[in-house]
Ligand binder design. Structure first.
Ligand SMILES: C[S@@+](CC[C@H](N)C(=O)[O-])C[C@H]1O[C@@H](n2cnc3c(N)ncnc32)[C@H](O)[C@@H]1O
Length: 294
């Protein structure tokens, strides 16, 4: 089912993707804003955003939806993150992790106009650094173009993703080493992830984003007894009550880790932030067909 805040308009032979925004102008990256009914829509360009490219390519798998909490790894300046924030709406929340201070500054430039975004300056390889800020989430989106991107995404998912939650990764095979071809990297990534997730058929995004694939699915029932966050009681997701503010995480990471695994369950962060420094539309469980680079 299509997310409630996603709009697709088709005129003649062209379609346009829009998100119903919770933000206020000006635009984040030059996207168009139009009034529609009592709200505002922002155009979502497949050539600027891998998630929009996946939609254009026919993705019908898991997507951020209204009222959900999502963790976003590699938010950069916020092109896609701003649309994910629109999709979850003001009843949801987006925890946007970015490691580069320069990109983060630009993320901050618009995030205070979105009441549901918590920007976190942190390395996604160290999820314990922002453990206190991020509650258990309904979905994780990863776009970090690192050799170990799959491991990073999995580690975060183990700690923060709820049972039945959604997992999406914009896989950049060119970042995964020259020892293997793109299809082999895709195959390996898929194999690692399908141990834990019921995956949809991966989508090749090369028409818009060279060497990228979208892999996604939902946690496998009965196979998700993984990380420390999952040992606590499920609890009802809490939402930030006010506009989150950027934040700096302090304290002993190990103690945070203990707390994270504690029985009281994770607490939501209310702040924006600096935290510690340091796998297409298809059938569940299906194998990726060998998708050549486009
Ligand atoms: C391809 S860009 C992301 C583009 C963005 N997702 C979008 O669609 O608008 C990758 C980003 O991941 C960030 N990144 C790379 N490694 C990271 C890590 N270990 N932790 C957090 N961010 C990381 C980079 O700084 C860069 O901004």
């Amino acid at each position: 089912m299509s997310p409630a805040r996603l709009v697709h308009e088709r005129r003649e032979d062209r379609g346009t993707w829009w998100t119903r925004t919770v933000g206020t102008p000006p635009s984040v990256y030059g996207e168009r804003w139009i009034e529609r009914g009592s709200g505002l829509l922002r155009s979502w360009d497949p050539s600027r955003s891998k998630l929009a490219a996946a939609l254009e390519a026919g993705w019908t798998g898991a997507l951020p939806d209204e009222g959900e909490r999502w963790l976003y790894l590699g938010a950069s300046t916020g092109t896609t993150a701003s649309h994910v924030a629109d999709l979850v709406g003001d009843a949801g929340a987006l925890f946007a992790v970015e490691r580069s201070p320069r990109a983060f500054r630009r993320l901050l430039g618009w995030a205070d106009r979105w009441p549901n975004v918590l920007p976190i300056l942190a390395d996604a390889r160290t999820p314990v650094a922002y453990a206190q800020l991020v509650p258990r989430v309904d979905g994780i989106y990863t776009d970090i173009a690192q050799p170990d991107q799959v491991d990073i995404a999995l580690d975060n998912a183990r700690r923060r993703l709820r049972d039945g939650g959604a997992f999406l990764i914009a896989l950049k095979t060119a970042s995964m080493g020259r020892d293997a071809s793109a299809p082999v990297h895709l195959e390996r990534a898929f194999a690692s992830l399908e141990r834990y997730f019921d995956l949809d058929e991966p989508l090749r995004l090369s028409r818009w984003h060279r060497g990228h694939y979208l892999i996604g699915g939902r946690t496998r029932p009965g196979r998700w007894a993984l990380g420390p966050a999952l040992t606590g009681p499920p609890g009802r997701p809490e939402r930030p009550r006010s506009s989150p503010r950027p934040h700096r995480a302090t304290g002993d990471p190990d103690r945070r880790s203990d707390r994270e695994s504690g029985r009281s369950g994770p607490r939501p962060g209310r702040h924006g932030t600096r935290a510690g420094d340091r796998p297409a539309a298809g059938r569940a469980g299906s194998k990726p067909s060998t998708l050549p680079e486009g």
